[in-house]
Design a protein around this ligand. Sequence first.
Ligand code: SF4
Ligand code: SF4
Length: 239
Amino acid sequence: MTAERKMRINDVQVKFEEGETVLACARRAGVRIPTLCHFDGLSDIGACRLCLVEVEGSAQLAASCVTRAEPGMVIRCHTTRLAEYRKVILELLLAERNHVCSVCVANGNCELQDLATEHQIDHVRFDYQFPALGVDLSHGQFGVDHNRCILCTRCVRVCDEIEGAHTWDVAGRGGTSRVITDLAQPWGESQTCTSCGKCVELCPTGALFPRGTSVGGLVRDRGRIELAMAHRRHESCHG
Ligand code: SF4
Ligand code: SF4
């Protein structure tokens, strides 16, 4: 006999479908879990770790975007321990590259900035790395500023899974990782980029931007991408 597909998330009883993630169940139940790498309609990779949750009976925290819901699971999403972990993750992201909001195109329209505010981060407890990273303005319409990149790989996934171009990838390891276009050529020389702009739209920070955008001038229109995703889902359901 199969166990009934029910679990508890923050004391709310939630039914789920086979294969659903804890994050998807939480969202359906109206429980908000912060994320930076997840975007509805893209595959999940558990990169940013902000969606960590506590699972009763397990000593380990679980990234809810890549954890399958199981019957009888008891999940806690908002504890003091999780709040502190999330704060540390955000501080590490802020210290790793050069997130100087006052001179960023995404100032006021940045998911990293929003989460830092939400978690009351008014200073960072780690040494800033201040890496000297480049800005590629070779593309006629868009630019990439590696100083603002948090390696969430939304650009990689949307370009591959929705646009089908697979222009972006990640090269290097650990602290030396970078997003690259094609075989690390300048973006403007890419043979695969269709200039659709989906990667720019989904970037959570100011790392990808339309050229000519001034400080704080980034405007997003995610509805356009959501439509493209719905179209792609429709295509895969109807052959
Ligand atoms: S503009 Fe479109 S095709 Fe070009 S890199 Fe971005 S998502 Fe890929
Ligand atoms: S460029 Fe933007 S979307 Fe791509 S990995 Fe970096 S932060 Fe994420």
